[in-house]
Design a protein around this ligand. Structure first.
Ligand SMILES: [Zn+2]
Length: 182
């Protein structure tokens, strides 16, 4: 015989089981422990009650220090203690949940980009350049350096001048680095 939700429900009856579940959900069960085959827990009711559950000769035995428990009832505190134990066992079996890995990676982005029309990529780049000064200057710089009639030095200097006062981030990914190191 094993401790199960069904066993707790059949011992307590639907109404008491529901009250016990509410106690468990409210976190009223503390110090759940299994010692020498006896499950012990403290359950906070109007005061703190000590619950013990154990299997003896194939049936679930119990004790609770509350008035109903002393009268021999399988009380809501017994239910709450049993549920707390089951929740703990279930949690231990499942183990800590591994962090969810992002399903999409930059490889997928690269593959997606490779499938796009050139015109669409141009639009995407220009739209971002509107919002990103760094990217806009990078594109202007490329256009100036690779002008059809040869490098446009005046424009290059203009872009560099625009960059004055920008502190280099030294990440070697941005235009500030290019200007700092050319
Ligand atoms: Zn009780």
């Amino acid at each position: 015989m094993a401790l199960t939700h069904d066993l707790l429900r059949s011992m307590a009856g639907a109404r008491v089981f529901r009250r016990g579940a509410e106690y468990h959900d409210a976190g009223r069960v503390a110090a759940v422990d299994l010692q020498e085959g006896v499950l012990r827990a403290n359950v906070l009711g109007s005061t703190e009650y000590a619950v013990a559950l154990w299997i003896e000769r194939g049936s679930l035995e119990y004790s609770c220090t509350c008035p109903l428990g002393r009268d021999g009832s399988f009380c809501k505190h017994c239910v709450a203690a049993g549920l707390a134990w089951l929740a703990r066992v279930q949690g231990a079996r499942q183990g800590p949940k591994p962090p969810a890995l992002p399903a999409v990676t930059m490889d997928d982005v690269r593959a997606w980009l490779a499938r796009q029309e050139k015109a669409k990529l141009e639009q995407l780049l220009l739209r971002h350049a509107d919002q990103d000064d760094d990217l806009r200057r990078q594109l202007l710089l490329q256009a100036a350096l690779h002008a059809p009639q040869g490098p446009d030095i005046a424009s290059f200097r203009g872009i560099v001048a625009e960059m004055r006062g920008v502190t280099c981030c030294r990440s070697f990914r941005h235009l500030c680095c290019l200007i700092s190191w050319t």
